[in-house]
Every structure is written in structure tokens, then in C-alpha cells.
Design a protein around this ligand. Structure first.
Ligand code: FAD
Length: 365
């Protein structure tokens, strides 16, 4: 099944950057093979590199970065996940790295590097060992095993957390079997063991605690929201194409069901763009930036869930065939929507907007 027109479900804005239109088409065509392991995801990353998308950390025009993430997420969420990790890592290096480190990372990217941010600790968290000369512990859900070349790894936790830039190409330290999920299989997000790695092989980026500084930490979850919103649009687009081919898209019930969710999707995209813009606007209070980014993440999560339900009802049982395009997109989206600590995030946004000194207008005021 292929969409008869490109990205019909994206909103009527200038979201479709010309450079991304061709890339999106290729990414969409590759996604099923990547899920099956029949094509390495690195080839899709090469397409992003050739389109010059890996040199931008999104800081100069965050809304444009959000649109790029949405568009890549709509076409191929697995690739979008690796793209998002790279953009996030590059942003952190440019925020907290020294001049020399920034130049070195730029040079590595030009030579083919892909970055990632690996924060989720495995059974043994990553810390320095007793001698202070080696790392110990490992990371789980480490996206891009075998594709990410350099990861920003969190060492220790809490206010003393540090960012270590590490070459993560040692296959002997990776365990792909730890990622046996129903969706997002192409991202190869397994475990990586850092135990025994000499600190001589680590580049420390910034100072302890920098990683948690706002508005860049939670205030940056609009990037996740962008992928969620884009993947939701991509799923609805795929469903509409499928229904058109089956001669079922003209039914009033189908239009009403899918359009209602798409309208929510457009609202989510607008919120993502607003959150992205606000994150770079120094006139806005940090708490408001954070609350808006959280709102974008949680709203697009809900819309993603609604879209999955609507597509199941619209396509019917064929959606659950293992070879179904919409089935694959929904699997990927359902897994990706499971991001950390959703309820705590909701509480935090509520405290800002509705608490003692509540500011319900937030970044919209
Ligand atoms: C495709 C994919 C790729 C990823 N890649 C990376 C990566 O490259 N690097 C990386 O670091 N991470 C990565 N992650 C992991 C991500 O950072 C999160 O760790 C992960 O998504 C956590 O999801 P969760 O639903 O288990 O979250 P949880 O935070 O465990 O939430 C699950 C539920 O438990 C609730 N909950 C959480 N804490 C508590 C508590 N204390 N008490 C009561 N309830 C609680 C939550 O509100 C929620 O309802 C990836 C995730 C996905 C899906």
C-alpha cells in the first residue's frame, strides 16, 4: 500500500520543506524492511546526512526543527527516533561543550558520526568505579545500537549527573536481544555495558548538573512531541490511502472518524511548534516553557492513542495482518508513546499553571 499523494495528513502550513519531500518518500518506503531487519537503518540515516539534516541542532529555528522532526516521524518513526536523539545530543554539546569539543563533534558528524543521548540506566546504573578511573554499569533502551557512533551518556544521577561523550561502536558491549519489543524494532534500542571503560576514553561535556538545566531538559520534550505528532499524521495518512484503495474512504463514518482525530493532530502540531519556539524565547519564564513542552508531549500522546483506535476501527481486521503498513505504523507509535514519567510530568505542568502562583496563560500570555 502506498499513499497516492504525499503526506496528505499534514496540516495546511509550510511544513513540507522541499528538501524533506524526497527524503520522506524514501524513508517511508524503507520502514517495513527496516522493521524486518532486511535493510540497515543506517542507510536512512545517510539520507538525512545527504540532506544536511544532521548538522542542525534546532537552536536557531526550533519551530523549523520541530517541523523536520514531524515530517521524518510521519514517514518513518524509527528513523525519527534516531534523528531526535542526534539533534538532542548535538544541542547539548553546543550548549555545554568547549569550543574544541564542539569543533571536534562537528568534524566527526561530517565524517559520518551519528550521536545519541543514552540516559536510561540498566540494572546497574552508570557511575565511576572506586578508583575513579573507569566507568561501571550500563544503559538500557539505548537507541541505535550499531548505528549511533557517539552517545552522550549520563553518569551518576540527581544534581551531580554528568554527561560523558563516549564512542559506542564496541559491538561486544551491546546487547540487541534486550530489545524485543512489538514496535520500534528498527531502532535497536537494547543495552550497552560501560563496565571497565577507561575515563581516558571519555570526554566530559559541561559541568555536573548541566544536563538537568531548564529550559533545555524537560523544556526540550517538544522534540518527542514532534515525533509523536508527526507519526500520528503519518498513520492517519496511511489509513486514508489504504481506505481510498479499498474504495472505503468516501463513507461518511470513515471521514468523520479520521477527520476528528486529524483535527486534534493539527492542534497537537501547533502546540509543538509553539513549545519549540517558546523554548528559545528568553523573555518567557522557564516554568512556562517547561509546562508547555509537557503539554505538547502529553497532548500528542493522547492524540496518538486516539488515532491508533480510530485506524483500527476504520481499517478493521486487515490492520492486524503482520504485513499491514498501518499495523506497523501503529505498533511503532504505540511503543514510542511510552515515554518516561508521564504522570509526574502532568503534575509538574499542573503546579505551574494551576498551583499557588498559577499562570494559566503560560507561554500564550
Ligand atoms: C523507541 C524508544 C527508544 C528509546 N530510546 C532511548 C534512548 O536512546 N536513550 C534513553 O535514555 N532512553 C530511551 N528510551 C527510554 C525512555 O527514555 C524512557 O526510559 C522509557 O520510554 C520509559 O517509559 P515507561 O513508560 O516505562 O516510563 P515510566 O516512567 O516507567 O512510566 C510508566 C508508568 O509508571 C508511572 N510511574 C513512573 N514512576 C512512578 C513512580 N515512582 N510511582 C508511581 N508511578 C510511576 C508513570 O507515570 C507511567 O504511568 C526509549 C524509549 C522508546 C520507546
Amino acid at each position: 500500500m502506498t499513499a497516492s499523494r504525499p503526506l496528505a495528513a499534514l496540516p495546511p502550513s509550510n511544513i513540507a520543506e522541499p528538501v524533506l519531500a524526497d527524503v520522506s518518500k524514501a524513508l517511508r518506503a524503507a520502514a517495513a524492511k527496516e522493521e524486518r531487519g532486511a535493510r540497515p537503518i543506517s542507510r536512512s540515516i545517510d539520507l538525512l546526512r545527504q540532506a544536511d539534516l544532521l548538522t542542525d541542532d534546532g537552536a536557531s529555528d526550533p519551530a523549523r526543527a520541530a517541523r523536520a522532526l514531524m515530517q521524518v516521524g510521519a514517514a518513518n518513526l524509527g528513523v525519527g527516533r534516531l534523528f531526535e536523539g542526534h539533534v538532542n545530543a548535538l544541542h547539548l554539546v553546543r550548549l555545554y561543550g568547549t569550543k574544541v569539543q564542539k569543533a571536534r563533534v562537528d568534524r566527526r558528524i561530517a565524517e559520518g558520526a551519528l550521536l545519541g543521548v543514552w540516559g536510561a540506566d540498566g540494572a546497574v546504573p552508570v557511575t565511576l568505579d572506586a578508583t575513579g578511573k573507569h566507568l561501571q554499569g550500563g544503559k538500557c533502551f539505548a537507541s541505535g545500537l550499531g548505528t549511533v557512533t557517539h552517545a552522550l551518556v549520563t553518569v551518576d544521577s540527581g544534581p551531580e549527573v554528568r554527561l560523558a561523550l563516549v564512542d559506542v561502536t564496541d559491538a561486544a558491549r551491546s546487547d540487541l536481544s534486550a530489545w524485543d519489543m512489538q514496535g520500534m524494532r528498527a531502532t535497536a534500542s537494547g543495552t550497552y555495558d560501560f563496565t571497565g571503560l577507561s575515563t581516558a576514553q571519555v570526554e566530559w561535556i559541561g559541568n555536573p548538573g548541566d544536563y538537568l538545566k531548564e529550559p533545555h531538559f524537560v523544556g526540550g520534550v517538544w522534540r518527542i512531541a514532534a515525533l509523536q505528532a508527526g507519526a500520528t499524521a503519518g498513520l492517519l495518512d496511511g489509513a486514508a490511502a489504504d481506505l481510498r484503495m479499498a474504495g472505503r474512504m468516501d463513507a461518511e463514518a470513515q471521514k468523520a472518524r479520521l477527520m476528528s482525530v486529524l483535527i486534534q493532530g493539527w492542534a497537537g502540531m501547533a502546540l509543538v511548534e509553539r513549545a519549540a519556539d517558546a523554548a528559545a524565547d528568553r523573555r518567557i519564564a522557564q516554568d512556562d516553557i517547561v509546562a508547555t513542552s509537557i503539554a505538547a508531549r502529553l497532548f500528542t500522546e493522547e492524540v496518538g492513542l486516539d488515532a491508533i483506535r480510530a485506524v483500527e476501527q476504520s481499517i478493521g481486521l486487515r490492520h492486524f495482518d503482520t504485513g499491514s503498513e498501518t499495523g506497523r505504523m501503529a505498533r511503532d507509535l504505540a511503543v514510542y508513546l511510552r515515554q518516561a514519567a508521564r504522570d509526574a510530568f502532568l503534575q509538574r505542568a499542573a503546579q505551574t499553571a494551576l498551583g499557588e502562583d498559577g499562570r494559566i496563560w503560560g507561554v500564550f500570555g
